[in-house]
Ligand binder design. Structure first.
Ligand code: SF4
Ligand code: SF4
Length: 375
């Protein structure tokens, strides 16, 4: 095992291979507060990449309702129970990662789901935590909550799928950090399926190989965001490139949200993979639940997001989510406008922070009619 630095844990950790960061790293931010679980993203991916034989059960993108939803069944709970003592000391993780707690002779602490575990992608959908009885729903605020968690492969900095593969069939592209399975090398041992804690590698029984989310790399290579991003109805997603914390730039949308405002957090950082999909936590869910999912920064992130209306720079960046098909590597605010640009500063998109309100008169003199749905 090599020693590598994981900034999400605030410390070095053990990993199967030495640290080899790509020239730039694909990353994404998902705003959980805006997801409506319409599953358009799920279908956009399904119809693009997994409509073939042997892929019927696969959802490279899925959206589950927390706290009870999970695909495959209980993927998170099972590993959290196996990982003993996940303590944090401030922002430093003092517990063990899945690499550090691997059983003797294995590279990663993991488990392989049964076929049946993938059969209920909508389990727990819209089930809220706590009971709503005796007319309690009429009094606000109440303690019942749920939220939607959209998930794709995290194209991790330290992928467990890659570390687990005994044939070296999984690789991380040096040009963009996207993690892929070499279909020619894979022999279907499924060690990656067992190793990935997010369960984002899937075995295809027809081809006898493992398959996974490819971050729509043919689109990324053209500077276009992936299918699940551009089709997102709730405009919750933004793709980009993330730097190491010490190289963070205030005009890079990923750096700004993750490193500078710290409003977007990784999913289960305690597993130790340095995942590169970041989540703005749901502000109506309990802090303790968000901390287990997103780490110790969840409380502060919730406060920052609640305050976004008084923070014009943050508000302007949030306006750029879902505003263009193109990847926006730079942004700036100009008065009441959010402007996204390419790396050379050429403008890609501009969005007003506030839309004007048009109040139409109830009586329309020109057309001699009365509107009944004004304004
Ligand atoms: S989320 Fe899983 S499949 Fe994706 S890179 Fe990380 S370990 Fe591999
Ligand atoms: S398309 Fe967007 S809003 Fe709809 S379920 Fe997917 S992530 Fe959520």
């Amino acid at each position: 095992m090599a020693r590598v630095y994981n900034w999400q844990l605030g410390r070095e950790m053990a990993y199967w291979y030495p640290e080899a960061r790509p020239r730039r790293q694909f990353a994404a931010v998902f705003d959980t507060n805006k997801c409506i679980a319409c599953q358009t993203c799920t279908l956009a991916c399904k119809t693009t990449w997994t409509s073939g034989k042997g892929q019927e059960y696969m959802l490279w993108n899925n959206v589950e309702t927390k706290p009870y939803g999970s695909y495959p069944l209980a993927y998170d709970l099972r590993l959290l129970e196996m990982l003993n003592g996940q303590q944090w000391n401030g922002s430093r993780y003092t517990g063990q990662t899945i690499f550090e707690s691997a059983p003797a002779g294995e590279r990663v602490l993991g488990w392989r789901p049964e076929e049946q575990d993938f059969a209920y992608p909508n389990v727990g959908e819209d089930d809220c935590a706590g009971e709503v009885d005796g007319g309690k729903y009429l009094s606000l605020p109440h303690l019942n909550w749920f939220f939607y968690l959209a998930r794709i492969c995290n194209h991790c900095t330290y992928p467990a799928c890659l570390a687990s593969c005994p044939r070296g069939s999984i690789y991380k592209r040096p040009e963009d950090g996207i993690v892929l399975v070499d279909q020619g090398r894979c022999r279907g041992y499924q060690e990656c399926v067992k190793g990935c804690p997010y369960k984002k590698v899937f075995f295809n029984p027809l081809t006898g190989t493992s398959e996974k989310c490819i971050a729509c790399f043919p689109k990324i290579e053209q500077g276009i965001q992936p299918q699940c991003f551009v089709n997102c109805i709730g405009k919750i997603r933004l793709a980009g490139w993330i730097s190491k914390p010490e190289q963070a730039r205030a005009d890079n949308p990923m750096d700004y949200l993750v490193h500078i405002k710290k409003v977007a957090l990784p999913l289960f950082p305690q597993f130790g993979l340095e995942p590169n999909v970041y989540y703005i936590p749901p502000i109506h869910a309990p802090v303790s639940f968000n901390q287990q999912l997103f780490g110790p920064g969840a409380g502060e992130a919730m406060k920052t997001y609640r305050n976004a209306m008084h923070d014009p720079d943050l508000a302007s960046l949030l306006c750029l989510f879902g505003s263009t098909e193109l990847v926006v590597p730079r942004f700036r605010r100009q008065g009441d406008l959010a402007i996204g640009s390419d790396e050379k500063g050429a403008e890609i998109v501009r969005v007003p922070l506030r839309e004007p309100v048009h109040v139409r008169p109830a009586f329309d003199a020109k057309n001699q009619l009365v509107r009944i749905n004004c304004p």
